[in-house]
Design a protein around this ligand. Sequence first.
Ligand code: ATP
Length: 256
Amino acid sequence: MFDKLCYEYYESLDSTNERIKERARNGAEEGLVISADRQTAGRGRIGRKWQSPQGECVATSMLIYQNDIPLDSIPSITVLCGLAVRSALSQLYGMECLIKWPNDIILNGKKICGILVEYETLSNGLSFLVVGIGVNVHQKSFSDDLADKATSIDMELLDTTIRPVHRREIVEVIWTSFMTYYKEFILYNNLSIFKEEYEKHLVNIGNRVRIERAEASYDAIARGISDSGGLIIYVNGEEQEIRNYEVSVRGLYGYV
Ligand code: ATP
């Protein structure tokens, strides 16, 4: 288990997740955090694009070697990361965000942050995780395709004189918060101690949602999360767990 975080900041990178992967392949130490002022090829899940324009966002990724985490617990890291970002924005700006399983942080029905956890095995057999976070900070508006589903700290925090918004501070508070959750998780290797907190902030809990899979879509009720980070849904008279992360969960009438 590592304790020390090592922060590096860059002006422009293709993707902070990609840079972490390169560094891991060259033997970087666990706890390396790489952040960039902008990403030219930021990614979301399933090859989707993530917009991180110059000077307006937090794009930050951390390296974790997989020694302490069994393979089937990897989805739990996205859950911990969601809790950490939520808690950081609450501590810093009193923003009470919600979490849209698996990887989005929501404020007033719009996405303020996305999370992308990736996994790779090196040629020496060692495996690592990249925990990537993109927060919208200084955007004043979004392109037409995102306008109804994206928001930023500046758009939500109308009076920034109360607490000036500094992106490096956001980076450091998020990762400090993540480490608190992560250390506790490693002790039990189980999400059960975080379930109550997560479900309290799960955006669509108890609501009818649309489960979108590549093959088919169907309606269900979102019930909560499992001990390993899957989404529990109620469908056709029974509870099921979704563990396939290529699934999207939508509101019946929009993004949330
Ligand atoms: P899901 O609910 O399946 O996660 P998603 O559309 O949120 O769906 P992600 O992979 O989490 O998918 O994020 C990528 C998507 O987020 C992009 O396809 C785009 O629609 C949207 N997006 C891209 N950049 C931003 C941004 N800066 N802020 C908010 N949303 C963005």
